[in-house]
Design a protein around this ligand. Structure first.
Ligand code: BTN
Length: 255
């Protein structure tokens, strides 16, 4: 059982997680914040012990055992049009990565666009969704799934999953990890300009694939080349021969 007091006592934010909603079971924490007509405060965070219809990137499902992991979403509703949503999504993966490193001295790295890896296995994934009115984004919902204390993963995975417990061989306090992620994330996105610069630089430092030959699967299509860089929007620049191409979504693997 998630102990809200243990979480709250380590929370050091102004907004993120200050309005905290705890749920035993829900279709999806992202859908809850996106579709709810209630005007939740900026920073509202909902955690659910189980999602019946957890959503992953590229219309995939996100499965997570009940009560063992962290599946939560954060609502951003203030000043969001000053941010590039891609930078927010990269910042969320950095926040998870730094929080795990700060608390558990585990080395993590990042896989484009926003997977967090330990020993080349996936420990966390992020799904950013937003709603707009005309050209204005009215809310951004950042959904984060982290394998924390689950150690058995059944199914066919594109990338082998792992968990913090599996890597560290000990039970993890989920409350402390969640507060650390929100603390780090709020700091990273405090200022839109600083956020863009820092996030792109830090993200590059944590991605082992930059400069490597990769294959990218986009639906039924496969592309090959060198993962040349991230562009200013956080898209992947693929170089093959003289050809430079911008990739906006897909699954990347080292060749
Ligand atoms: C991925 O495919 O890697 C992204 C997974 C994102 C899962 C999280 S769990 C909390 C939030 N609610 C959802 O339905 N999805 C995200």
């Amino acid at each position: 059982m998630f102990n809200i007091e243990d979480f709250d006592i380590k929370l050091d934010t102004k907004n993120l997680g200050r309005n905290f909603i705890y749920s035993e079971e829900i279709p999806s924490t992202n859908s809850f914040l996106l579709n709810n007509l209630e005007d939740f405060n900026h920073g509202t965070t909902i955690l659910s012990e189980f999602q019946q219809e957890g959503k992953g990137r590229l219309n995939r499902p996100w499965f997570s055992n009940k009560g063992q992991n962290l599946t939560f979403s954060i609502l951003l509703a203030k000043n969001i049009n000053r941010y590039n949503p891609n930078h927010i999504s990269l910042a969320a993966s950095l926040a998870v990565s730094y929080a795990i490193e700060n608390l558990f001295q585990l080395k993590t790295n990042l896989k484009w666009p926003n997977d967090v890896l330990i020993n080349n296995k996936k420990v966390s994934g992020i799904l950013l969704e937003s709603s707009s009115q005309g050209s204005e984004i009215t809310k951004i919902v950042i959904g984060i799934g982290i394998n924390v204390n689950q150690t058995k993963f059944i199914g066919d995975f594109k990338l082998q999953p792992t968990s913090v417990k599996f890597e560290l061989k000990k039970e993890i306090q989920r409350e402390r990890l969640l507060s650390e992620i929100l603390n780090v994330f709020e700091n990273l996105i405090r200022d839109p300009k600083e956020c863009s610069k820092k996030v792109l630089n830090d993200w590059r430092d944590k991605c082992r694939m930059i400069g490597e030959p990769v294959s990218i699967t986009i639906g039924d299509e496969k592309k090959y080349g060198i993962f040349y860089d991230l562009d200013a929007n956080g898209f992947l620049i693929l170089k093959s021969g003289d050809k430079i191409e911008k990739i906006t979504s897909g699954d990347v693997s080292i060749r």
